[in-house]
Design a protein around this ligand. Structure first.
Ligand code: BV8
Ligand code: ZN
Length: 239
């Protein structure tokens, strides 16, 4: 029997749907994932650069990594997976897209109710006056970029060891508690607290469907673990 038949029926019959995405849904747009083959930059692990300590030690090196990623993202297009999730939002009565990605591709594909729990690569925040603003300069005029107040600007993302925005995280947990279905696509499910949304969904009575090229730590806990590329599987699930 078609392995997508049962999850397809769940998608069709669920009116309150939550989605949790990770870097894997942007991979087919040509954006390197964190832990996959393309995830390395100058042989640095992301966990070594995405930290306040790395930024304090060498803000220019960290900004060079973000500049490299901004250039790739700016040149990338949303893929079939992003567009399928936009279509799913249109069909569901209640829909929340919770993403760990900072690339903004869900919004560029037309998704509307998006919670960027790890922030956005397209915002910067001043380390002195705290002012947060959108910034799409590719390339940035100078590294490190400076605020009008003269302060050092940092990427508006959540680094390891930093707390998530409390309001955004509250909204994510609330949406998952209310969901009948949590769709988890393209995440290695190793980063917390994002990965805790899966057991939260299960304990709240939702069904969980995972889409991933590989097995992950949550694959045994979900109702359906679909193996394959998110662009293709998400498109097929909506057919
Ligand atoms: C916090 C933003 C406390 C920046 C990121 C030990 C045990 C447990 C937890 C911890 C621990 N030690 C430390 C922690 C906490 C830590 C953590 O979870 N560490 C992990 C590594 C163990 N978490 C934190 O520090 C968090 N904060 O806990 O703070 C606190 C609390 C209150 C107050 C103060 C402090 C903050 C976590 C956020 C870190 N920031 N990114 C940036 O992007 O530059 S995380 C980073 O990893 C990205 O956001 C990324 O999205 C995220 C998760 O990775 P994935 O998205 O899953 O990507 P990955 O490459 O790993 O996997 C891709 C997957 O896709 C793979 O499975 C692959 O098979 C699949 N795939 C690939 N291609 C496709 C595909 N699937 C389908 N189709 C394809 N085509
Ligand atoms: Zn400032």
């Amino acid at each position: 029997m078609d392995t997508l038949e049962a999850p397809r029926t769940i998608l069709r019959t669920s009116s309150r749907i939550c989605v949790l995405t990770g870097a894997g849904v942007s991979a087919e747009s040509g954006i390197p994932t964190f832990r996959g083959p393309g995830g390395l930059w100058r042989n640095f692990r992301p966990e070594a650069l995405a930290t306040p300590a790395a930024f304090a030690r060498d803000p220019i090196l960290v900004w060079e990594w973000y500049q490299w990623r901004r250039e790739i993202i700016a040149a990338a297009q949303p893929n079939a997976g992003h567009f399928a999730l936009k279509e799913l939002e249109a069909r569901a009565a209640a829909f929340t897209l919770i993403t760990q990605n900072v690339d903004g591709l869900h919004q560029r594909a037309g998704s509307r109710n998006v919670l960027e729990i790890h922030g956005s690569i397209w915002t910067v925040r001043c380390t002195v006056c705290g002012k947060q603003q959108a910034n799409h300069d590719v390339p940035l005029p100078a590294l490190p970029p400076r605020c009008a107040c003269g302060g050092l600007l940092r990427p508006g993302v959540v680094w390891f060891g930093e707390g998530l925005d409390t309001q955004v995280w509250h909204n994510a947990e609330k949406a998952v508690r209310a969901a009948e279905l949590l769709l988890v696509a393209g995440t290695s499910a190793v980063v917390y607290p994002a990965a805790s949304l899966v057991p939260l969904a299960k304990s709240s009575g939702a069904q969980v469907v995972e889409i991933n090229l590989d097995e992950t730590p949550i694959s045994d806990a979900v109702d359906f673990s679909l193996r394959g590329a998110s662009g293709q599987i998400l498109t097929e699930l909506l057919q």
